[in-house]
Design a protein around this ligand. Sequence first.
Ligand code: ZN
Length: 246
Amino acid sequence: MVINQISERIYYLPFDENTDRPNLGYILGNKYSIMIDCGNSPKHLSLFYAGLEERHLPIPQIAFITHWHWDHTFGMEAFNGMTIAGQLTNNKLKEVMQWKWTDQVMEERLASGEEIEFCDENIRKEYKDLSEISVKSADMTFDRSISIDLGGITCIALNCPSPHSKDSVIIYVPEEKILFCGDADSGDFYDNKGQREVERVKQYRDVLMKIPFEVYLHGHCEPVSRKQVFSDLEEMIEGNQNTNFN
Ligand SMILES: [Zn+2]
């Protein structure tokens, strides 16, 4: 089985560090099912679809996007349904849609700082043929939050301050007390050299404290407990306060 089950109605395709593929989440409702993020390429998405088929789970009609980064969004073009993103994410996706994907232009973006090395490297590994890259914006957007009743289970997506990316969206499933956070608690590689701004970690922690989740799924890690999340966040706050005064 390539797809793991976390709770009665929640599954995910585990992350793969080889080409920086993130976890792809799946929530099964009586009426609709949803996936969280569309993966870093159509190939990644098709692996997810194959995993669902293997488990006799229906293909999701809806996809939520957690933030604009390529590894979570470049599979959108092959998604067979409606995609939903926060307004900030979609603004950025529209910008990335204008990017050209040739060796030379990618090098220029690296030189100007518009792109970062880690993503450039992994994009080149995932796409042997760069001309296959096709970036799409979402079909539907929301400003602060949106809630969808999937039939017997609900999905709440909310825009959230985070140390990772200013457009971060987290997705909470109250019936199963699971929170999908995208990469929200990671450092900011585009605007802050991979560091976490302490103030943004605190704001993020404060939002999380109001959500009664029990299980937490980061885009590039195994699921962790609520207790673990808060202990990690406190460590980030303490550690940063001692070593980084920016
Ligand atoms: Zn990210």
